[in-house]
Design a protein around this ligand. Structure first.
Ligand code: APR
Ligand code: PHB
Length: 394
């Protein structure tokens, strides 16, 4: 089996890359360990920066997002018993879109299958070979049969727990990590959102977040212990804790899904080893407070797709085939934005959560910072411009 680009992982990174490459006449094969049903129903975050919205629209896969997504013009910050609105549109001229990650994944899978392009689910024994040569290979098993996929490049889009990053010799990778001493207990519930925009609440009992997926489905989160047992959280305990922290009128309703998400900041540098390019969660993780995970993944693959286009040359005009400059710059181009987004995600997390070791001094300082944000246009604008999304790399 041969292709131009082997893509490992069918999350937002792998699927969007496959779509962008196909649009430019570059062949690829996508290999995914889980089933289609699993990846389409995996509940994750749901905020798209305005540029991620543009990428999906320009790629021709934004129609359902534009019809069903919720355009948001700001967020609320709740602290010290009061609510303050940060108006993104007024501060930056930009908005964000609320649209679940699994909806993006569904749209991209539908596009790939409609184009009759190769996408293998439930593959196993995936291994990467010779990525330090010009002829890398991926071996995998599908339907009980062993395959070897020969290719020009490998895109490691296999998430934080994937195998691609682990194939890079450890002495060639620098890892940067911070693990937070708490997690988020997240639920998806069948209740209309109690606020028309997201509420980020910094409460004495811990952080809480009110988000949504539609006019009838809410997504809610509570700061909890990193080893929290969801079994200890019957519905009524969740609802009463949310009410206490969010300080809003919140109806109870059926809980459709619940899970605990650990909080971590992580970067692997560089994002490339020979002809293996890491993208999305395979290369970096952000804590979800800034809602950046999916957006970073989309920004990476946009850079990678453009670099591969410049390598293969424009389809119609037979351009500079073999140009490696943009591919050589890939890691540095991505990392300069990745680190800015890491900083913002760490900052939002530090600003809004209770840390066990916090002294009364730390808590006063947090409040002072929140007060500053809601009373200074410069500070509010800094939050807003990061939240709606820093410019994509050139
Ligand atoms: N072989 C094939 N596929 C694999 C393998 C493997 N060995 N290991 C993991 N995968 C698949 C996973 O099953 C998953 O579907 O790779 C995919 C990686 O997708 P994501 O984890 O969604 O990562 P990414 O596409 O980078 O998207 C980043 O996802 O984790 C969230 O919040 C994060 O929003 C962020 C986004
Ligand atoms: C979500 O809707 O799932 C969501 C929203 C904002 C965040 C994180 C998650 O910061």
């Amino acid at each position: 089996m041969r292709t131009q680009v082997a893509i490992i992982g069918a999350g937002p990174a792998g699927l969007l890359l496959a779509h962008l490459l196909h649009q430019h006449g570059i062949e690829c094969v996508v290999l995914e360990a889980k089933s289609r049903d699993y990846v389409e129903n995996r509940v994750r975050a749901g905020v798209l920066e305005h540029q991620s919205v543009d990428i999906l629209n320009q790629a021709g896969v934004g129609a359902r997002m534009m019809a069903e997504g919720l355009l948001h013009h700001g967020i609320f910050l709740h602290f010290a018993g009061r609510s303050h609105r940060i108006d993104f549109e007024e501060l930056t001229g930009r908005t964000v879109m609320i649209y679940g990650q699994q909806e993006v994944v569904r749209d991209l899978i539908a596009a790939r299958l409609a184009a009759r392009q190769p996408l293998y689910f439930e593959v196993d024994a995936v291994s990467v070979h010779d990525s330090d040569t010009d002829s890398p290979r991926v071996r995998f098993r599908s339907g009980g049969e062993q395959h070897t996929l020969e290719c020009d490049f490998i895109a490691g889009c296999d998430g934080f727990h994937g195998i691609c990053r682990a194939t890079v010799p450890p002495e060639q990778l620098s890892l940067y990590e911070r693990v937070y001493p708490f997690a988020w207990l997240g639920i998806l519930a069948e209740i209309p959102p109690a606020s028309h925009e997201l509420i980020y609440a910094s409460d004495e009992r811990g952080f809480a977040l009110l988000s949504m997926r539609s006019a009838t489905v809410s997504r809610l989160y509570l700061q909890c212990a990193p080893d929290e047992d969801v079994e200890q959280w019957p519905d009524e305990r969740i609802w009463s804790e949310l009410r206490a922290r969010l300080n809003v009128q919140l109806a109870s309703g059926p809980v459709l899904q619940r899970s605990v998400t650990p909080m971590r900041s992580f970067v692997a540098e560089p994002m490339r080893f020979g002809r293996l390019f890491l993208a999305g969660d395979a290369a970096h993780i952000v804590p979800p407070t800034g809602a950046k995970g999916m957006n970073l993944a989309m920004a990476d693959v946009q850079v990678l797709a453009r670099a591969l286009q410049s390598f293969y040359g424009p389809r119609a005009h037979g351009g500079r085939s073999g140009a490696m400059e943009a591919l050589n710059a890939y890691s540095q181009t991505c990392l300069s934005r990745v680190w800015k987004v890491q900083r913002f995600s760490w900052w939002m997390t530090s600003l809004l959560h209770r840390f066990e070791e916090d002294t009364p001094f730390d808590r006063r300082r947090q409040f002072a910072e929140l007060e500053y944000i809601v009373s200074s246009r410069a500070a509010a604008q800094t939050l807003a411009e990061n939240y709606v999304g820093l410019p994509l790399a050139p």
